[in-house]
Design a protein around this ligand. Structure first.
Ligand code: ZN
Length: 294
């Protein structure tokens, strides 16, 4: 048992699995929030998942545990999350299965500078000629991700609220720091059936197990960044809730409900619930680290 999990279970025993809801939004119990925070087992990362349309010109082309999204346009595609180099063949298969050309990827974006989302940026650029764009404050960390010694490409540095446009589609990059200094949520407005939907693709609002919150010399403002990012994220309008890891929005369950009525990815409450769950676990870990630091 990992030590932080043990601590959380102790806290769970103290506080009890109370319903931690707020503002009428149904939230997981503390126990459920801790379990969900652990994520999917590693073997799921390399496992195929059926590619599918999310809404409009936005498609899921990732694996069972690593989200990749494709925004298709008449001028080529935007890929969000290149993932690992070893999972690129799965992304390629998924794109082709949907009837699109892998070589038509023009722009590569990423959720944040961790290898499970952005390791394959250089390979994607090599294979497709795409331009790689990354959030300003993640660039130093990205430069350390060099699979096979390849230099990490950054063709355009994005700032908070900058727009990425291609073939009539616009993706807006929102800096939501904490998980990494340049962690990014991407938003889009997509029309379908005469209605416009707000889409949010969360970077990650999860505090990693070993992350130091108190006196973190590499990232002194980490606590303030997390607190501000929770507040900021809650202010984003969200109809369609997506994330860099599919389990965060219960993708498999929603995928099984495609075609059975309303679009299953329509889940504004799910978005707020997940933020709340992340915040609960963050606050518990912060409290624990502050106590241990005394
Ligand atoms: Zn990460």
């Amino acid at each position: 048992m990992r030590i932080d999990k043990l601590i959380l279970l102790v806290l769970l025993a103290v506080f009890g699995p109370a319903q931690l809801g707020a503002q009428g939004v149904k939230v997981l119990t503390l126990e459920e929030a801790i379990k969900k925070d652990e994520g999917l087992p590693r073997e799921q990362q390399d496992k195929y998942f059926p590619p599918h349309k999310v809404i409009g010109n936005l498609y899921y082309v990732g694996t069972a545990a690593l989200s990749s999204y494709l925004v298709t346009t008449p001028d080529g595609h935007i890929l969000i999350n290149s993932t690992f180099e070893r999972t690129v063949p799965l992304i390629r298969t998924s794109i082709e299965e949907l009837g699109f050309r892998f070589e038509d990827i023009e722009i590569v974006l990423g959720s944040h500078a961790h290898d499970d989302h952005m390791e394959a940026d250089a390979l994607m650029k090599q294979l497709t000629g795409a331009r790689v764009m990354a959030m300003d404050r993640d660039v130093p960390l990205l430069e350390t991700i060099r699979p096979g010694g390849k230099k990490h490409p950054v063709d355009r540095v994005l700032r908070h609220l900058e727009e990425v446009k291609l073939g009539g589609s616009t993706v807006v990059a929102h800096r939501t720091p904490g998980h990494t200094p340049g962690n990014t949520a991407f938003t889009m407005k997509i029309e379908e059936g005469g209605r416009t939907y707000d889409v949010v693709i969360v970077g990650s609002m999860r505090l990693q197990g070993r992350t130091v919150l108190v006196n973190n010399k590499d990232y002194p403002n980490i606590v303030e960044d997390f607190v501000e990012s929770f507040k900021y994220s809650r202010s984003l309008p969200c109809d369609i809730f997506l994330s860099s890891h599919p389990d965060k929005y219960n993708m498999a369950e929603k995928h099984a409900n495609i075609g059975k009525g309303a679009n299953p990815f329509l889940d504004p409450d799910g978005y707020l619930n997940e933020l709340k769950n992340n915040e609960i676990v963050f606050n518990l870990k912060l409290e624990q680290q502050r106590k241990a630091g005394k």
